[in-house]
Design a protein around this ligand. Structure first.
Ligand code: SAM
Ligand code: SF4
Length: 332
């Protein structure tokens, strides 16, 4: 993209990647993501699917070429697949991708692939059904495993598993999870827990397990070859020798990834977040609803928002989270 791209921030970073949370609701209640008694947003506060499509179109016209649909669980929203079809047809959009917990993939994978979704990330923290239930509070492992198989059968260009690793919950499973990824021919990323939103389940500092520890554990079972590939994202990648599986480490605490940040996020409520780890935001729903049909106004608000994108996040493991939004609202 030309350096004169309208979506360039004060630090010279070009924004080419938009992540959209299409719902804050979910059929799971993962212990690191949600409180047990989550209150969800009233429907009127949530962007309609039409509003989401309008905002996505504006971003693409301004040079964004990659969109990730996430949530909450995107596939619990009625009409999600239709939205994917609409976005998949946007000319100028190079990549449409999705993050899902996999619980509904068995029924939707083929349609999503046909709609133009190229890659999916599927969350999987454990291979033990009892632990899976404990970590998601309500989820059933076999449905996610069936979803993963359906995604493989549907022929997505790439499938990546996402595993949040917590000490004493699943840190002993990093090698079996990586082996599962190798056996299925998919990639896997290990994620450090981020302090987003208040949760009731555990003390985040106590259950912190660093990417360096995960990499050390994996090193006893596999040869990890560092990859030079740059994704513009927070992952550092390795390839497992002798396999096609890449292993990523998403390490907001131990490694800072802000310098190459190319992304912004749209929450289910229509807030444009300029940084996951800061409160800087612009209310695009207000702009949209105050100026119906005026896409030029919307585009101007998006361009203006670039001036408040902060340089970096400041995550800490202190007692209270500095960011009060849950990941389900922000879109992981
Ligand atoms: N429901 C979908 C899913 O679970 O994949 C999409 C949304 S979820 C918020 C996106 C990703 O964020 C998941 O991989 C989840 O494990 C991760 N996540 C949620 N809360 C997190 C936290 N506090 N720290 C790190 N990752 C988190
Ligand atoms: Fe739902 Fe995903 Fe959050 Fe788990 S991580 S509660 S599946 S939104």
């Amino acid at each position: 993209m030309a350096p004169s791209s309208p979506l360039t921030d004060r630090f010279g970073r070009q924004i080419t990647y938009l992540r959209i949370s299409i719902t804050d609701r979910c059929d799971f209640r993962c212990v690191y993501c949600m409180a047990e008694d989550m209150r969800f947003l009233p429907r009127a506060q949530i962007l309609t699917l039409e509003e989401i499509a309008t905002i996505a179109r504006s971003f693409v016209s301004l040079g964004v070429d990659k969109i990730r649909i996430t949530g909450g669980e995107p596939l619990v929203r009625k009409g999600a697949v239709d939205l994917m079809e609409e976005l998949g047809a946007l000319s100028g959009l190079r990549e449409l991708v999705m993050t899902t917990n996999g619980s509904r993939l068995a029924a939707t994978a083929e349609t999503l692939r046909r709609a133009g979704v190229r890659r999916v990330n599927i969350s999987l923290d454990t291979l033990d059904a009892g632990r899976f239930r404990a970590m998601t509070r309500v989820g059933e492992l076999h449905r996610v495993l069936e979803g993963i198989d359906a995604a493989i059968a549907a022929g997505f260009e790439r499938i990546k598993l996402n595993a949040v690793i917590l000490k004493h919950r699943n840190h002993d499973e990093v090698t079996p999870l990586a082996q599962f990824a190798v056996d299925k021919g998919v990639d896997i990323s290990f994620i450090e827990e981020m302090p987003l939103g208040e949760i009731s389940d555990h003390d985040r500092a106590e259950q912190y397990y660093s990417s360096d520890e995960v990499r050390r554990d994996l090193g006893t079972a596999f040869e990890l070859i560092p990859s030079t590939e740059l994704t513009g994202g927070p992952s550092r990648y390795y390839r497992i020798a002798g396999t096609n599986t890449r292993v990523g480490f998403i390490s907001p605490h131990s490694h800072n990834f802000c310098g190459t940040c190319n992304r912004v996020r749209l929450t289910a409520e229509g807030q444009l977040l300029l940084c996951l780890g800061n409160e800087h935001s612009v209310d695009l729903k207000r702009v949209l609803r105050a100026n119906p049909g005026d896409e030029a106004r919307l585009r101007a608000a998006i361009v203006a928002a670039m001036t408040i994108k902060p340089e970096r996040h400041e995550f800490t493991l202190q007692e209270k989270p500095v960011i009060f939004r849950h990941m389900s609202v922000t879109g992981g």
